[in-house]
Design a protein around this ligand. Structure first.
Ligand SMILES: O=C(O)CCC(=O)C(=O)O
Ligand SMILES: [Fe+2]
Length: 309
C-alpha cells in the first residue's frame, strides 16, 4: 500500500527535498503553532460563511472555494513565507527560474456528500512538456484535521515520474491524512485529487498556497485579487511572491519599470525605460557595445549561448 513520507516541523529541509525528489509529495506535521491554527480557522470560517458551493464537475458540487487569501487572512502571510516551504521552493524552482512566485492561493472546503475528485495533475494548466522540471509546487495546508473520511487529499506517490497515460491502481493511491496546522507538499506533476467527504456533518477545510516559475503566467491574478492598498503594506518578500518583481530579462515590467515601484507610490508613467538584464550578461553587452558599429546586428541568443558555453 502506498504511503506519504512524513516529517516533523524540525526536520532538515534537505531530507524533505530528498523525499520530494523520490515521491513528489510529503507531509510536514505541525508546521503552524496552535495559536496560528486557531486564527486561521477563524479567518476561514468568517469568509466561507457567505460563499456558495461550486457548480462544476472538477471543482465539485458540495465544495466551497475561495481565493484572494492574502487579502483575507493574516496568518496566510506567514504561511506563504514559511522558511521550510521556501527552502523546498528554492531547491526545486530556482533550478529553472531566477525568482519564483505565488501561483495561487485557494481555500477548499469539502462538505459531506462530495465524492472523490477526479485524479489529475495541476500542471495541466501549462500545456508544454517539461520532463524532470518542476514548474509548480503546491502546499495543501490542513486548516482542519485531514482524515480518511473527511476528504484528506488523495495522492499517488512517485507518479510525477510516470508516463502521462499511466493510470494508478487502487493500492498506489493514498491519502494525506494530517492534523490541522500540517502541510502536504506535492509537485504540480503529481497525480492527486480531493478526497470524498463521507462524514455526517463535518466539512474539511484546506488552504492551497502554490508556487511557480517566475516567468510563467500565475493561475490567480494577484495584482487584481489583492487591492493595492493592502499589497503596499505587505513585507517585501511577500510583495515579490505576489509578482511585484521583474523576472530577468524583462518579464513583468510596468512602463519599463519594476512593478514594485507602484507599491512604493512612485509615478512611473512615461518615465525613463529601464532594462532588466541578468548581471552575468551585462559585461558581454558592454563589450559588444564598445565594439558595435551601426552595421552590426545584436544577436542576444548568441550572447546567451556564449555565456552558458
Ligand atoms: O481539495 C483537495 O484536497 C485537492 C483539490 C485539488 O486537487 C484541486 O482542486 O485541484
Ligand atoms: Fe489539484
Amino acid at each position: 500500500m502506498a504511503q506519504v513520507q512524513r516529517f516533523k516541523a524540525s526536520a532538515p529541509v534537505a531530507e524533505i527535498n530528498l523525499a520530494l525528489e523520490d515521491d513528489g509529495c510529503v507531509v510536514i506535521e505541525g508546521l503552524l503553532e496552535e495559536r496560528q491554527v486557531r486564527q486561521l480557522q477563524a479567518e476561514m470560517r468568517k469568509n466561507f460563511n457567505s460563499i456558495p458551493v461550486c457548480q462544476g464537475n472538477f471543482f465539485g458540487f458540495a465544495t466551497k472555494r475561495m481565493s484572494g487569501i492574502i487579502a483575507k487572512s493574516e496568518v496566510s502571510h506567514d504561511m506563504a513565507v514559511n522558511p521550510a516551504i521556501l527552502g523546498v521552493m528554492d531547491h526545486f524552482l530556482l533550478k529553472s527560474c531566477r525568482e519564483y512566485q505565488l501561483n495561487l492561493t485557494q481555500a477548499i472546503q469539502i462538505w459531506p456528500g462530495e465524492p472523490a475528485q477526479i485524479i489529475h495533475t495541476d500542471e495541466l494548466l501549462f500545456p508544454f512538456d517539461h520532463p524532470g522540471v518542476q514548474a509548480m509546487i503546491n502546499c495543501m495546508w490542513a486548516v482542519d484535521d485531514f482524515t480518511a473520511d473527511n476528504g484528506a487529499t488523495h495522492v499517488v506517490p512517485g507518479s510525477h515520474k510516470w508516463p502521462k497515460d499511466r493510470q494508478p491502481e487502487p493500492h498506489e493511491i493514498c491519502q494525506g491524512e494530517m492534523p490541522a496546522g500540517s502541510v502536504l507538499i506535492y509537485f504540480g506533476g503529481l497525480l492527486h485529487g480531493g478526497g470524498a467527504n463521507t462524514t455526517a456533518s463535518t466539512p474539511r477545510t484546506g488552504l492551497v498556497i502554490s508556487y511557480s516559475l517566475g516567468w510563467l503566467r500565475q493561475a490567480e491574478n494577484h495584482y487584481l485579487a489583492v487591492p493595492r492598498e493592502i499589497a503596499r503594506q505587505l513585507p517585501n518578500r511577500l510583495q515579490r511572491l505576489l509578482g511585484y518583481f521583474v523576472h530577468e530579462p524583462n518579464v513583468g515590467c510596468v512602463e519599463g519599470k519594476n512593478p514594485i515601484k507602484l507599491l512604493e507610490g512612485e509615478n512611473i508613467v512615461n518615465g525613463r525605460f529601464e532594462e532588466f538584464i541578468p548581471a552575468e550578461i551585462q559585461p558581454l553587452l558592454e563589450e559588444y557595445r564598445q565594439k558595435a558599429t551601426s552595421s552590426q546586428l545584436l544577436n542576444t541568443r548568441e550572447l546567451y549561448e556564449k555565456k552558458s558555453a
